[in-house]
Design a protein around this ligand. Structure first.
Ligand code: SF4
Length: 76
């Protein structure tokens, strides 16, 4: 079974492009990206991309906003 999120190749969080936040990137990878399907499938970045076909670069995996709120906020 593949534990890694299928969006990881293009994801800025997974690829450590959160500028100055290397530690946070590693935490997100441990908590979501590489933690198995029941974790990455609940990531707000994953869910946003699934719903809207794209995801804002600065959205965090554990955003408190709902997918609907994210869609409105970022005009997706
Ligand atoms: S779990 Fe979320 S943050 Fe991690 S690679 Fe997938 S979409 Fe990106």
């Amino acid at each position: 079974m593949n534990n890694t999120c299928p969006s990881s190749a293009q994801c800025p969080i997974f690829n450590g492009i959160l500028s100055g936040k290397t530690l946070a990137s590693q935490s997100y990878r441990d908590l979501f990206c590489e933690a198995g399907e029941n974790k990455w499938s609940n990531c707000k970045r994953f869910l946003t991309k699934k719903r809207f076909g794209k995801c804002p670069p600065d959205l965090l995996p554990n955003s408190f906003d709902t997918i609907e709120q994210i869609g409105k906020l970022y005009k997706l």
